[in-house]
Design a protein around this ligand. Sequence first.
Ligand code: NDP
Length: 484
Amino acid sequence: MKAQPTASHFINGVYVEDTAGTPIDIIYPASGELIGRVYSATPSIIDQALSAAKTAQKSWARTSGTERGRILRKAADMIRDRNRDLSTLETLDTGKPLQETLVADATSGADALEYFGGLAASITGEHIPLGQDFVYTIREPLGVCVGIGAWNYPTQIACWKGAPALACGNAVVFKPSETTPLCALKIAEILVEAGLPAGLYNVVQGLGDVGSALVSDPRVDKVSLTGSVPTGKKVYAAAGAGVKHVTMELGGKSPLLVFDDADIEDAVGGAMLGNFYSSGQVCSNGTRVFVQDGILPAFLDRLAARTNAIRLGDPMDEETQMGPMVTEAQMDKVLAYIEIGKSEGARLVTGGKRAMGKNGFYIEPTVFADVTDDMRIAREEIFGPVMSVLSFSEESEAVARANDTEFGLSAGVFTKDLTRAHRVIADLEAGSCWINTYNLAPVEAPFGGVKQSGVGRENSKAAIEHYTQLKSVYVAMGPVEAPY
Ligand code: NDP
């Protein structure tokens, strides 16, 4: 199986190679096979990408919103037409099963391009009357936006950052995670084929040092990172040194509260989606599942039965429901957390082991019960298929314990009592919340975290605020009244 891209980077509308950079091997997580190699961007590649973006952005900003939107919507259609190929590539890049990638990755990227393509023509300022005088505002693009991606959703992240930036008249330099370099290159190719002028969407490969060089370059006006909290702190500080705009989509340890009156199958299904989708490698996962005492035994029974029935296997088989972890290192990290859970006294309900032989990076979907708030598995982001079930008796106690974390990305509640649902959600410290479901993230809804989980919002009309700035123009209609 091979997935060698045409070249490592995509700059100014074409593929560009520079083998002087550090080689980055592309490993298929389901087999451990080497499927391609790219090279980390050299200073010359970084310079070419930023120069191309800087130059192209000026005329793009003068292109009408209607024209910008038309190109983005065309790219969305092309992505949908090529969904199977792009999904296969996403599966090769990440190991996520086709059953997921066919419906959740390129399609989500297309949604973003279509949505922001549709909004592009309506990005306007306002008119503020002041008697005879008036002020008008112009909603201007920021300039060159750097996107830095995590490895769990390489196509989606490339589009979630690219689509609003381009709709608003910016240029983009995107650096995928070194672990998943393939998908963003295809998005760049499709955008150019759809008519996007050269230089507006560039992809450069690299490790953290390339991300760091991009963030501190004076040509860059905005940085949007999807990554962990420690990386977020570094990138935020570097962007702050240049007083740049930021969007930070960081990690989480989100709570999911299941009350006694919840529909048990829905609650179990929500908890499984919020822990096992993408082998648990989802930032918004509800990894601390607080279950009220009365429903706990029945919840654990159904959870164990349904978890044991998950089909782990070859990601290219559409019957497979769960694939491997993205890398061997991530697998080892998650297996280490499972050992920590056991040694802390949590009760292993199911899973807990490496699976599918020694080639792929598979871990069984794992459930711990009797987890307490102070255990590391309940406090730290594991980013793997490991669910911690904690019990509670009172609503106020559950809310307080749910909020006792530095993270604040997501939260969910399962209950049939809608008054309680809204009251609890109002009290939970999280940016993206769900009632009686979990982890749905349509492009129409703002997405992002509070506390250390992030700054700014992706998706929805809110993203427009994060990719534009306002110019305010005072217009005098009479003489200047100077006192001297
Ligand atoms: P990392 O934080 O390790 O890396 C994120 C990106 O930042 C990578 O492209 C990485 O490059 C790059 N990077 C690393 N160091 C620097 C630096 N000093 N300056 C600039 N860029 C740098 O995250 P992972 O890739 O391991 O992804 C998992 C994390 O992402 C989890 O914490 C998860 O919660 C979070 N995440 C958040 C989401 C959200 O929307 N809130 C969504 C998805 C994931 P490289 O890896 O190539 O070295």
